[in-house]
Design a protein around this ligand. Structure first.
Ligand code: FES
Length: 140
């Protein structure tokens, strides 16, 4: 199983590696699901596009020090878990991301378990962090 991949087959290409610069976020839509695709340093993440507070457009947010910051009221969400930095009961829906060649894929049907790294290749049969490093998600 590829690293950071839940056990689903719903991968969709959403961007190419060069489309998302470090500490940037873009809007993507997959199977009718509006989301943001971001890059926190060398790690990609995907989350729902609308903020859980009052619906701010997170595609206009900024990525800084491990957080996606909403442009409306500056709530900070972890790029690793999707949860608010100080109030973990407020979480974004997040999605698994993987890099296959120069394409970035998201599975809109699955819940994220671990982020993908730029240049990380999907490798069938590999036991990755999806099994070994599942994150504690207190908000779900
Ligand atoms: S709408 Fe995002 S912090 Fe208020």
């Amino acid at each position: 199983m590829p690293r950071g991949v839940a056990m689903t087959q719903g991968w969709r290409v959403v961007a190419r590696v060069g489309d998302v610069q470090p500490n940037d976020v873009i809007a993507v839509a997959v199977d009718g699901v509006e989301m943001v695709l971001g890059r926190d340093g060398d790690r990609y993440f995907a989350a729902q596009r609308r903020c859980v507070h009052r619906g701010g457009d997170l595609a206009e947010g900024i990525v800084s020090r491990g957080h996606l910051i909403c442009p409306q009221h500056a709530w900070r969400f972890s790029t690793a878990t999707g949860c608010h930095a100080e109030a973990s009961e407020y979480c974004l829906v997040t999605y698994p991301v993987r890099v296959v060649g120069d394409q970035i894929e998201v599975d809109p049907q699955a819940q994220a378990q671990a982020p993908a790294q730029p240049g990380e290749q999907a490798d069938e049969g590999e036991a990755g962090p999806g099994k070994d490093q599942a994150r504690d998600r207190p908000c779900r």
